[in-house]
Unconditional design. Structure first.
Length: 142
């Protein structure tokens, strides 16, 4: 049985590994840990983990912000990750459902997410959750 709970300081190593895999990089662990701990203190950011048999198998981060161009609170999923061997077990769906609950609790008018164009499986997942693709995102590496 999967349990969804708030992430804690002790979860940093698992989440660090997840983000390295998600982004296909090796982030500096000290910088990552510092930012993770800082974000845990934020009232605008919610980190949740999915746990099976005392092992963290998934993670989602939700950023709540008031956006002028919406004139409302918006919940943005910043990261969503489920371990490969745990996919297709509805863990991502459970994390997404919890994100919707948090968005509603924070009087958000919508949930937004951005995913890399190469992540077709992720795009299909979000469509299955009832999301629609309405925007383009542009980036400039600095």
């Amino acid at each position: 049985m999967t349990i969804i709970r708030n992430a804690a300081k002790d979860d940093v190593d698992s989440i660090y590994e997840f983000m390295n895999e998600l982004e296909e990089v090796n982030f500096d662990q000290n910088t990552f840990t510092d930012n993770y701990f800082k974000n845990l203190l934020s009232t605008d950011i919610v980190y949740l983990v999915a746990v099976n048999n005392d092992i963290i198998v998934g993670f989602i981060s939700i950023y709540i912000q008031y956006l002028l161009h919406h004139n409302a609170n918006i919940a943005e999923i910043q990261e969503l990750f489920v371990k490969d061997d745990q996919r297709n077990l509805k863990i991502g769906q459970q994390l997404f459902t919890k994100a919707k609950e948090i968005a509603l609790q924070n009087n958000c008018s919508q949930i937004e997410v951005t995913t890399n164009q190469k992540r077709i499986q992720s795009q299909n997942f979000y469509l299955k959750q009832g999301m629609i693709n309405t925007h383009y995102k542009f980036t400039l590496m600095l």
